[in-house]
Design a protein around this ligand. Structure first.
Ligand code: HEC
Ligand code: HEC
Ligand code: HEC
Ligand code: HEC
Length: 475
């Protein structure tokens, strides 16, 4: 595997330990005093959608309405303001943030670069800028019938690729008294709902029944996909407010819950692909992206097998393991909500593991795990993270690592993103007294993950131990 493709872990520490997110990234775009403009829309605390509704909401690439194109959103009196508006819960400078800082704006250009050409050549798919298999994730590749006259797929992944085709909400969403419910009824996609958002982002940042970064695509040189909903929502970067400007300073972005729901939906999605007869095989082999990359990809001289007992008796050496990092996170989370629920996730995970070795019915275990993930997602959507839940979950994530259960890179990487997401949320809630000390520990933890091919469980554990000590002084 090429080093560049795999060695990178997205860095984020406690972004909110410093003055402002964009200031931390070294960009002063949002740091200026805000422009005063008329008040637009009061912040609404939006209740999560019923889970089944979020899971069945059509994704924007299935819109039947027309997408009108980014230019339609970009005027300076709409979302193209240079500075964020004051007294408006919508910043109105989203277009500027997107064009300057958001990689989605360049996702289509990537397909013309040398790396993409090589991938396409190895796959024998011709020009990658014309190959549906690439365009489906690197542009807003909606059907012709859903493209308005000013829509341009060359814009990459634009506003409507996430927010839905605007034909039917473009005028109504700015009408006086417009509510979010009206917007949704007119074709806006519910990105604020964590389960609906998780499905949307994961449809490209892993795949779904329609598209997938398969092991064949990876084998041709596509970067390994790593994703965690909260971390990636922050790093996109966020073009939305995290808190309202009102006197209560209401929290609009519940990062801990976004992390948690993201994990549950990740499990749901992976089980769905495992259950999909079109997807779960590649010839006589299973679809290998569902498995832990490093259980196959490492030098034979590096004998790294150790037992792992997170879910019960360890699998024996020489077995390819599923990438079950989100299942590991889910088990920890479920245990915090209710120890009995945690036990059910653990035994379902053990059954699934056993089934991958031929003991038990794989499809039945995947189905059981999928239903459990949905149950946990529905529970989390109703349970706010308080201080006790936050510290409980974070320490449990650390302890799982200290007991040696992050044997593979993928689980260590997910746990590091989880710990950062939770502590970032805690820091915004004012539950962390010494944020700079915690931030330094997180930076050191991330440093042990910068190269997946040289991941050392011992180094990772040493960092977890120090972080634990720093945290227990604060909790
Ligand atoms: C299921 C969705 C999906 C498919 C299919 C897909 N990609 Fe990607 N691709 C992604 C995502 C998501 C990333 C970003 C990964 C990250 O940085 O976390 C990416 C990253 C890349 C990168 C690295 C970009 C960079 O900034 O260095 C290249 C090159 C690339 N893809 C090319 C291709 C080509 C060529 C195809 C078609 C053969 C393709 N991709 C198919 C989702 C997809
Ligand atoms: C990759 C997906 C993605 C893209 C592309 C994207 N957005 Fe967003 N947008 C989001 C997410 C996620 C949120 C957060 C919603 C929340 O938590 O309330 C958001 C929030 C917003 C909000 C705040 C909504 C509110 O009620 O608080 C506005 C306005 C917005 N986006 C406009 C745009 C515009 C304009 C563009 C194009 C320039 C754009 N977005 C591109 C995903 C996206
Ligand atoms: C239509 C497919 C698609 C959707 C939907 C999508 N992404 Fe992406 N995303 C991509 C691709 C492709 C890239 C790689 C672009 C590049 O490297 O130039 C990317 C890149 C990113 C990056 C930069 C990663 C890096 O390596 O720096 C972040 C962060 C990100 N996406 C977050 C999100 C979030 C959060 C959502 C959901 C709100 C989302 N994306 C939805 C396709 C998508
Ligand atoms: C069951 C074992 C197995 C798993 C799991 C697996 N791979 Fe592979 N991978 C292979 C085999 C076999 C090849 C073909 C090697 C060859 O052609 O020499 C391969 C080839 C590759 C190549 C091309 C290497 C080359 O020399 O051209 C890349 C890159 C790659 N895999 C990435 C991944 C990623 C990323 C994952 C995890 C998402 C993954 N693999 C999971 C077995 C696996």
């Amino acid at each position: 595997m090429s080093k560049r493709s795999c060695d990178r872990l997205i860095y984020r520490g406690l972004l909110f330990a410093c003055a402002g997110f964009l200031a931390c990234t070294g960009l002063a775009l949002a740091a200026d005093p805000a422009t005063t403009e008329p008040v637009m829309g009061a912040p609404e605390m939006r209740a999560p959608l019923p889970l089944q509704e979020a899971l069945s909401w059509p994704l924007p690439d299935h819109d039947t309405a027309k997408a009108l194109g980014n230019v339609t959103c970009a005027s300076s009196t709409c979302h193209g303001s240079i500075k964020p508006w004051k007294n408006s819960h919508v910043l109105q400078n989203e277009y500027v943030t997107w064009t300057h800082l958001d990689k989605h704006a360049r996702a289509n250009e990537i397909l013309s670069n040398g790396r993409s050409q090589k991938i396409a050549q190895k796959l024998g798919i011709g020009d990658p800028t014309r190959a549906k298999i690439c365009l489906d994730c690197h542009t807003d590749n909606r059907p012709e019938a859903s493209r308005g006259p000013r829509f341009d797929a060359a814009d990459g992944i634009g506003c409507e690729a996430c927010h839905g085709a605007s034909e039917n909400y473009i005028s109504s969403h700015v009408a006086p008294g417009a509510t979010h419910a009206d917007n949704l009824a007119h074709g806006m996609y519910p990105v604020e709902d964590s389960a609906a958002r998780a499905r949307l982002c994961q449809s490209c940042h892993f795949g779904d029944r329609d598209k997938l970064v398969t092991h064949r695509i990876m084998g041709a040189g596509h970067p390994r996909i790593s994703f965690e909903l909260e971390t990636y929502s922050m790093l996109e970067p966020a073009h939305f407010r995290l808190r309202s400007d009102d006197a209560e300073h209401t929290l609009l972005f519940d990062g801990a819950r976004i992390w948690a729901v993201g994990q549950a939906i990740d499990v749901e999605n992976r089980m769905d692909i495992l259950l999909d007869v079109k997807r779960n095989h590649d010839g006589i082999f299973p679809e290998l992206v569902l498995f832990d990359c490093h259980s196959c990809h490492h030098p034979m001289s590096d004998q790294r097998w150790v037992p792992r007992t997170a879910f019960g008796p360890s699998l024996s050496p020489g077995i390819v393991r599923l990438n079950d990092s989100s299942i590991t996170m889910l088990a920890i989370l479920a245990h915090q909500l209710d120890p009995a629920l945690g036990e059910r996730v653990r035994s379902a995970a053990a059954a699934l593991e056993a089934a991958t070795t031929g003991q038990g019915d794989l499809l039945q275990s995947a189905q059981a795990m999928k239903s459990l993930a949905e149950e946990v997602a529905a529970r989390i959507a109703r349970t706010p993270f308080d201080r006790a839940m936050l510290y409980g979950t974070t320490l449990a994530l650390i302890d799982q690592g200290l007991s040696g259960n992050y044997v593979d890179y993928a689980a260590a990487e997910q746990s590091a993103m989880a710990i950062s997401s939770l502590l970032d949320f805690g820091s915004r809630e004012g539950w962390i007294s010494d944020a700079p000390a915690v931030n330094a520990q997180l930076t050191a933890l991330d440093a042990t993950l910068t190269n997946d091919e040289h991941y050392s469980r011992d180094q990772f554990q040493t960092r977890l131990k120090t972080l634990r000590a720093t945290l227990t002084r604060q909790s």
